[in-house]
Design a protein around this ligand. Structure first.
Ligand code: ATP
Length: 367
């Protein structure tokens, strides 16, 4: 077994406390994502696991092997069996692809080095590239070589530090699928550090959300997206519609009707209802289901390529919400509709003002 376990990790630089008792678990053979805004302490945690920094307190283990405990017990990075894929590959520019990959294999026999190098290059889909130099490769190919290099010594754990950052968006999503596939095939436990929610949600088996040096929520991508722990996390993880509401007898009353909150949301009283725009559905008058939900009108439509953002004005409430809709053709502005929410909603006590530094709610969210 080689799952990663971090227990109550503490780290302070000078007088700045960066990690305040971090607990994190990545089960054996799975891909975990550590997700949070810039400066929350993700890289520091990754560096502690890799052994590039020393813990102040707490414990880090992989399987039943303790890699670090408190200040005194610290296994050196090269003895940890942990591979690292840094942000921009960081390949040695003067070494060929094969020699870059073999670098991590140290002084093992030549035949073994060659065989293993070929094996991992094949795994990342770069069999024919052994003799190329790094500058002859695209950014995506360079990252695949960096992954091959990290995997070559058969590490118990691979750490990926924002590995897709430098790539353009199309290549990014393609490469992350490939990386996930490679990690699965290799069967290795891996931890991906990222500030990009879409990245974490799309490829990880489990997500740990970090804020100001603390893990604030963990779960599968679906769990954290559909059941965020607070309004700030909801906004950070994806688009939200936030409207005032009141929780009474286990149901939420708001401009969108009487809705069901998921268990684990806050207690009774006034607060904010948080809904994903793709959960807001509408039927135009005369259509099937056009008598369900609250009445309203289509106030505006923004074409967004694969779908549309439809702004809906809820009749008699002054509330406007946005829905993400795949309807073709998009109904006309001014059309009378019935609006309803599909599934459960989040409810949090407190004002309808989600705060998260990287994705503050826009005025449109709150209208
Ligand atoms: N060696 C260091 N000395 C002093 N302060 C540091 C050091 N390393 C990190 N910090 C501070 O610790 C905090 C967390 O930094 P860290 O790089 O871990 O965050 P992060 O979540 O990875 O952010 P980013 O995504 O921008 O890399 C920051 O305030 C940073 O300035």
């Amino acid at each position: 077994m080689s799952g990663l376990i971090v227990e109550e990790a503490e780290k302070t630089f000078g007088r700045t406390g960066v990690l305040h008792g971090v607990d994190l678990e990545v089960p054996d053979g799975s891909l975990g994502a550590l997700l949070g805004p810039s400066g929350c302490g993700k890289t520091t945690l990754l560096r502690l696991v890799a052994g590039f920094e020393r813990l102040d307190a707490g414990r880090i283990s992989v399987g039943d092997r303790v890699l670090a405990e408190g200040r005194s017990n610290h296994v050196r990075p090269e003895r940890r069996g942990v591979g690292v894929v840094p942000q921009e590959g960081a390949l040695f520019p003067h070494l060929s692809v094969a020699r870059n990959v073999a670098f991590g294999l140290g002084r093992r026999g030549r035949t073994h080095r060659r065989g293993r190098t070929e094996e991992v290059l094949e795994l990342v889909g770069l069999s024919g590239y052994a003799d190329r130099m790094p500058h002859e490769l695209s950014g995506g190919q360079q990252q695949r070589v960096a992954l091959a290099r990290a995997l070559a010594p058969e590490p118990a754990l691979v750490l990926l530090d924002e590995p897709f950052n430098a790539l353009d968006p199309a290549l990014r999503s393609e490469l992350r699928e490939e990386v996930r596939q490679v990690l699965r095939t290799a069967g290795v436990t891996a931890l991906l550090v990222t500030h990009d929610p879409e990245e974490a949600l799309s490829i990880a088996d489990g997500v740990a959300l970090m804020r100001e040096g603390v893990i604030v929520q963990t779960g599968t991508p679906r769990e954290v997206y559909e059941r965020p722990g607070d309004a700030g996390l909801a906004t950070y993880l994806g688009e939200t519609v936030v409207i005032p509401g009141e929780l009474r007898s286990g149901r939420v009353e708001c401009a969108l009707g009487t809705l069901t909150p998921y268990t684990g949301t806050d207690g009774p009283g006034e607060g904010s209802v948080v809904v994903r725009p793709e959960r807001i559905v509408f039927a135009v008058e005369g259509e099937r289901d056009a008598d369900e939900g609250v009445p309203g009108r289509i106030a505006d439509v923004t074409f967004a390529g694969h779908d549309s953002v439809v702004h809906l004005a809820v009749e008699g409430t002054g509330t406007r919400v946005k829905a993400r809709s795949h309807r073709h053709p998009v109904p006309e502005i001014g059309a009378r509709v019935r609006i309803r929410v599909s599934g459960e909603v989040a409810f949090f006590n407190g004002a309808a003002a989600p705060v998260w530094e990287e994705r503050p709610a826009t005025a449109a969210d709150l209208r």
